[in-house]
Ligand binder design. Structure first.
Ligand code: NAD
Ligand code: DAU
Length: 364
């Protein structure tokens, strides 16, 4: 791993991973390709460690000539592919960008990797299987929904996506696997549960609830709030990806979870309690009074959970954060970075999004 193309490295997990990699591997050159959609920002890349090893390129992963040029100019040997449209609610309102970026964008990257790394018959002579790697960052949502007593999803769970977002991520997983099976592309995939932590765009559940509670506005709880997610602190996810890049076997998939399965209502109540303690002078105490039940997400999956036994046993990865320690770090980070939230919201039509997503639900 010398010249690493990170796609979507100005988004939430990508920016955390860029930071992680520059710190962990001072000898690695990072080429960060990001289109800067509403979800990506240069603000997420301020004060990077070893900034001389990071080059930002603003561009679209669907732009084939750009992607091919980056492979050639920077002699890319490793791809870590985060770039995606990632918000389920947005995919329900307008699925098209999800098809374009998540499916076609992944295809363009795979084709560029095939052209750069493989001969017609398979791996080029100059490249051993160990010398190149295409790592695809995917989600638990490709497996669909669990019933209350079901065991968690694992590497052998069948695909059964339920939202336009999940369907496009499933398609991208299949494409990656096919490039391995048909052309011999050395790939790995991680399917991960819900992340939270610093730099998460404030329209996803946890940062939305923190920033909205601080303003004393209603906290919109979809449906009955009993949907269960398996929460993973973003640094633990970065470490899992890094571990797979170093120790994972090409052609393998790893399911990655936080081991923290909680209904949304409990997560938001915990956040409110942390805010009560951190902001005892707030006029909105107790923040829990702000929780407001609104119309549910169409097709809302009731439960996800991930089994991390395989990545733990084979590669020795397990999460370091409990939900309590991760949530506390996250709340503290948002309290210490109000200007980040302001800048991020000002850079996009944030009010427009709130009106579109929450207007008909009863508003927030
Ligand atoms: P995000 O929405 O915060 O960031 C996505 C980034 O991709 C943004 O910087 C955006 O500008 C960029 N991007 C979008 N379309 C692009 C395009 N066509 N060309 C170049 N860049 C483009 O997403 P995230 O939450 O950081 O998720 C990153 C990846 O991890 C996604 O693939 C997502 O499916 C996966 N994932 C996310 C979670 C989670 O809980 N957030 C969990 C499991 C897997
Ligand atoms: O499971 C992994 C997935 O987690 C990733 O693949 C996605 O990219 C990521 O966005 C996330 O998807 P979710 O739909 O689970 O995340 P979100 O933060 O949008 O919602 C979390 C839960 O909270 C979900 O059950 C819906 C609920 N919710 C969300 C919002 C934004 C609310 O109740 N109210 C809200 O306002």
């Amino acid at each position: 791993m010398r010249n690493v193309l990170i796609t979507g490295g100005a988004g939430f997990i990508g920016a955390n991973f860029v930071r992680y990699l520059l710190q962990a591997e001072p000898g690695v050159q990072v080429i960060n390709l990001d289109m800067l959609t509403y979800a990506g920002s240069r603000e997420n890349l301020m004060d990077l460690p070893n900034p001389g090893n990071h080059q930002f390129v603003q561009g679209n992963i669907c732009d084939r000539s750009l992607v091919e040029r980056l492979f050639e100019v920077f002699q890319i040997d490793t791809v870590v592919h985060f770039a995606a449209e990632s918000h389920v609610d947005r995919s329900i309102i307008d699925p098209e960008p999800f098809i374009e970026t998540n499916v076609r964008g992944t295809f363009v990257l795979l084709e560029a990797a095939r052209k750069a790394w493989l001969s017609r018959a398979g791996l080029a002579n100059s490249q051993s299987e160990q010398a190149v790697r295409f790592h695809h960052v995917s989600t638990d949502e490709v497996f669909g929904m669990l019933e209350p007593g079901d065991p968690p999803f694992s590497e052998i769970s069948p695909y059964a996506p339920n939202s336009p977002y999940a369907a496009t991520k499933a398609a991208s997983d299949h494409l990656v696997r096919v490039y391995g099976h048909t052309y011999g592309l050395p790939y790995t995939i991680t399917n991960c549960s819900n992340n939270y932590g610093p730099y998460q765009f404030p329209e996803k559940l946890i940062p939305l609830m923190i920033s909205t509670a601080l303003e004393g506005r209603p906290l919109p709880m979809y449906g009955d709030g009993q949907q269960v997610r398996d929460w993973l602190f973003v640094e633990d996810h970065c470490q899992a990806i890094w571990t797979v890049l170093h120790k994972g076997d090409p052609g393998n998939t790893y399911t990655v979870g936080g081991g923290n399965q909680l209904p949304n209502l409990e997560v938001v109540r915990t956040l409110c309690e942390i805010l009560d303690e951190c902001r005892p002078e707030s006029p909105y105490l107790p923040h829990e009074q702000l929780i407001t039940f609104v119309a549910d997400r169409p097709g809302h999956d009731r439960r996800y959970a991930m089994d991390s036994t395989y990545i733990d046993r084979e590669l020795g990865w397990k999460p370091e954060h409990t939900l309590a320690s991760g949530l506390l770090k996250t709340v503290e980070w948002y309290l210490e970075h109000p200007e980040w939230v302001d800048t991020i919201r000002r850079g996009v039509d944030y009010q427009g999004w709130l009106a579109m997503n929450y207007g008909e639900r009863g508003g927030i």
